[in-house]
Structure formats: C-alpha cells, structure tokens
Design a binder for this molecule. Structure first.
Ligand SMILES: Cc1cc2nc3c(=O)[nH]c(=O)nc-3n(C[C@H](O)[C@H](O)[C@H](O)COP(=O)(O)OP(=O)(O)OC[C@H]3O[C@@H](n4cnc5c(N)ncnc54)[C@H](O)[C@@H]3O)c2cc1C
Length: 413
C-alpha cells in the first residue's frame, strides 16, 4: 500500500499522520516551516514559553479529549479561571459578556447584562423573537441573517458581531449557521432562537466551554510529533510541497534541492490545489509590571466592537485567564492584543490601557513580542485528493481535529 504524503504539518496534518502511522501505514509529513504545528505556535516572552497562536480548544465533542488521552496529555488539561469575558462597545464602555449566550446570541434578551451592552431598545426588539413566526429566518444561511431577522440589527451588530469576529475573523454575514452547533437543529423543531440558545447552553457539560494544556497548547504539537515518529512516520521540515498530480508532490528543500515524492497525497495546508483566501491576524503580547492588573479588572479579556476608537480587535489577559501561567509568571502580567493590521508596541500599550481601564506606561513594559498569522478561509475541497485543515473543516481546533480524524479513518487499512 502506498505511503501517505501529508502536505502541511499543522495540527490537522499531524493528527491525521499520527492516526495513520499508528494504524501501521507509512506516512510522510512535509512542512514548509522549521517547526511544524502551524497556528499552534510558540514564542518566548519575559522568559516564559507561550502560545503564539491558538491557546484554547472548545470542549465540545470527543475528538480532542480522546486524542489528548491517547497522547498521555489528559492530566495536563487545564480550565480557564472563572472570570467572565468582556465586551468593549463602540460607545467606549466595557461590559461583561452575557452569560447565557452562544456566539453572543443571547438566550435571555431582556437580561440586564444583555441590555447593558445593546441598550434597552435593542433588547426589547430581540425579545420579540418568540413572537415571530418560525418561518422567519428558518432558511437563513448565515449567522448574520438569522440573528438580524429574529432579533434585529442592534443585537447583531453590538453583541453577536464582535464575538463572531473574535472567533472567526469574519462578520456574522459571512459565517454559516452551522457555526452555531446544535442551535439550528433545535430551531428546525419550531423552537425560537433565544430558546434554542438556552437549550444548547443547558445541554453543555459542566465546566468551561474551553480548556487548554498546562504549559501551553503548543505542547500538543510536541506530543504529536513524538507519537508520529514512534509509530514509524517521517516528518520533513523547512520543505515546501507543490502538487504535481494526484499522486505526486514536488518538494523544495531548505538547501534549494528539489525532489519528488509519490504516494497517497493528503492536502493539509491552504493554497495547494487552488489559491487560498486568507485573513490576517497580528498579535502583540506584552509582559508588564502592573500590580493594578492583578485583580483581573476585565476578567479573562475583552472583545472589541466595530466602530470603537480602539484598533485592537480583542485583548486576552493571559495571566488572569490561565492559573498555570499566573503561577509561572509570578508578579508579571501578560496581555495579548490582536489586530487586523500590524500594530506597534506603543499602539498596543495604549489600547491595553484603554481596554483594561488601567493606566499603563512604557516603563512598565518588561518584554513584548509580535507575531503575524494568516488564517485560511473555507474553500471547495479538491474533488479527489483528501483535503483537511481549517480551509476544509472550518476554523478552530475542535472542528479541525475531528475532521482530520474522520479523514484518517478512510486511509487506514
Ligand atoms: C492567533 C490565533 C489564535 C487562535 N486561537 C484559537 C483558539 O483559541 N482555539 C481554537 O480552537 N482555534 C484557534 N485558532 C485557530 C486554530 O489555531 C486553527 O484553526 C488550526 O490551528 C488550523 O490548523 P491547520 O492544521 O488547519 O492549519 P495551520 O495551522 O495553518 O497549518 C498549516 C501548515 O501547513 C504548512 N504549509 C503551508 N504551505 C505549505 C506547503 N506548500 N508545503 C508544506 N507545508 C506547508 C504551514 O507551515 C503550517 O504548518 C487560532 C488561530 C490563530 C492564528
């Protein structure tokens, strides 16, 4: 049986390769970076190794817990601190995000934490949802269309859009309703949108909706690499693959030599079969000497609504969010801001100060790091070559890993 050749050693490619190698089939992973893992990257800030990309996974579904248990990482799973996330509105005010919500869609539109964000007028409009005939919005393709029709523009733009953009880097009008998990299924049985949200929240397992690993999520990459090699798989880094035909790739190695490899090709990187559409994410991580942040004034961090004077799209207060990191960082505070365009440290520091509501000055900066990512948007899968990764499965580790696992099953003898 031909060996499997995986183009791209992000978490999708590595998960598939791990599964295929463990089942006894030969596998080669080719990654253009020096260190595989893709968006599960790492960097060092103030002497601490941090995630430079994804830092949490959604706890829904079995795929990630099963993989972590097999890799012996289940005892390192950590929950975030029980602080709320906040929203920084276009009006320049910060509010905790409503507790009972799915991607910002409120389960109780007239709750005071909803009205505080969207205003009472928009909250009352959203509260009409159960009175609106079920047909309205029933055929909506996107989250934006669904929310606009059932709850109105106020809730959509002031609450749902910042949350969706924080997760998917796209406006809800560009995000399919499937991103709402079980919500559309409940609605297809005649449940109104808010009630469907409440059902999904009630059915969620106890504990946080996200988790991570003590030491950072990037350590999953190390475990996968070790698992693949132990099972006899091969990993080549610093090597760019190009598709020649359905069974052949051309590899350009770091020293400039070009070789060819035949096998059962799997595409696990964007832009291989056709040009990729990507959206950028630029992060600035700052280590601060700022005792005023020790009490987590904005919980685990904030999402920023469009139209705000702050350029950052989101801020994560890393040392407030992850107790393991708080312990490791001692009195140093770590915050991470994300932007659509590259941002200077001075901009990020000013934004952090505004968002956290605490004066922060340059002398308080202990260290900082910037990193830029491009995130693949969904594309049509290749008609005959298995395609995995976020361009095929949608963004987020829960979706990416589950899809890679399903695809691996089709390749296992
Ligand atoms: C800043 C940031 C924060 C995030 N936060 C979260 C989060 O908290 N929770 C969550 O679930 N998700 C999060 N995500 C999304 C998540 O990280 C991604 O959905 C997931 O890691 C994508 O994995 P992938 O394997 O599909 O792609 P990638 O990680 O992009 O991997 C693709 C790999 O292919 C390689 N490659 C590209 N072209 C070639 C080529 N021609 N030849 C060989 N190799 C090639 C690249 O080097 C890369 O290693 C975040 C992403 C970013 C950027």
């Amino acid at each position: 049986m031909q060996r499997v050749v995986v183009i791209g050693g992000g978490v999708a490619g590595l998960t598939l390769a791990y599964r295929v190698a463990r089942a006894g089939r030969g596998v080669l992973v080719v990654d253009s970076a020096q260190r595989p893992g893709g968006q599960l990257g790492r960097h060092t800030v103030a002497g601490i190794t941090l995630d430079s990309g994804a830092e949490a996974f959604a706890t829904r579904g079995d795929a990630i817990p099963t993989l972590l248990a097999e890799l012996g990482l289940d005892d390192r799973v950590v929950q975030p601190a029980a602080y709320p996330a906040w929203l920084f509105g276009a009006d320049g005010r910060a509010h905790p995000l409503p507790a009972a919500s799915v991607l910002g869609i409120p389960g109780v539109p007239l709750a005071s934490d909803v009205a505080a964000v969207v205003g009472w007028g928009a909250a009352w409009r959203a509260a009409l949802d159960p009175l609106i005939p079920g047909l309205i919005g029933a055929k909506a393709d996107t989250v934006g269309e669904l929310v606009r029709r059932r709850m109105g523009t106020g809730v959509l733009e002031k609450l749902v859009a910042p949350v969706v953009e924080g997760v998917h880097s796209r406006h809800p009008d560009e995000v399919p309703v499937s991103a709402l998990g079980e919500v559309p299924r409940h609605m297809s049985r005649g449940t109104a949108l808010a009630a469907a949200v409440r059902r999904v929240r009630d059915a969620a397992p106890a504990g946080s909706l996200v988790a991570s690993l003590d030491g950072g999520l990037h350590t999953l990459v190390d475990a996968l690499l070790a698992g693949i090699e132990k099972a006899g798989g091969e990993i080549v880094t610093g090597t760019t693959a190009e598709l020649v035909d359905e069974g052949t790739v051309s590899l350009t190695h770091a020293n400039g030599t070009v070789t060819r490899e035949n096998g059962r090709i799997v595409i696990a990187a964007p832009g291989i079969a056709e040009p990729a559409t990507t959206s950028p994410a630029h992060l600035v991580t700052i280590a601060l000497n700022a005792p005023a942040l020790a009490d987590a004034p904005r919980g685990t961090g904030l999402l920023v609504a469009r139209g705000s004077r702050v350029r950052a799209r989101a801020l994560t207060h890393l040392t407030a969010k992850w107790p393991w990191l708080r312990e490791r960082a001692g009195s140093t505070e770590l915050v991470r801001l994300s932007y659509a365009e590259p941002a200077e440290l001075s901009t990020a520091l000013a934004d952090a100060s505004t968002l956290l509501g605490v004066p922060l000055e340059a002398p308080q900066v202990v260290d900082h790091a910037t990193v830029s990512w491009s995130r693949a948007q969904p594309t049509e899968p290749h008609p005959s070559i298995p395609t995995i990764g976020e361009q095929a499965s949608g963004t987020g580790l829960a979706a990416v890993i589950a899809h890679a696992e399903r695809t691996a099953k089709e390749l296992i003898p």
